[in-house]
Write a protein that binds this ligand. Structure first.
Ligand SMILES: [Zn+2]
Length: 68
């Protein structure tokens, strides 16, 4: 249980940061983005979160385009 390994994000951290959503929106700072990329390659839950967030962003764009 080493919590001090640099460059590793655990799942709780990713959830707390809302990393998937921010990743999709491009709001993660580069250092966190790299850590999150490493995490979600191995974490199906986070990979699904990204897909869900990406789908949401797509839908939002869709709505905005028609609202504009
Ligand atoms: Zn995860």
């Amino acid at each position: 249980m080493a919590q001090c390994i640099v460059g590793e994000m655990d799942h709780n951290e990713a959830i707390q940061l809302q990393a998937a959503e921010k990743y999709v929106l491009g709001e993660l700072p580069p250092s966190l983005r790299d850590q999150f990329e490493e995490h979600y390659f191995a974490c199906q839950e986070c990979a699904l979160d990204i897909k869900a967030a990406a789908g949401f962003v797509d839908n939002a764009r869709h709505v905005w385009r028609f609202a504009a």
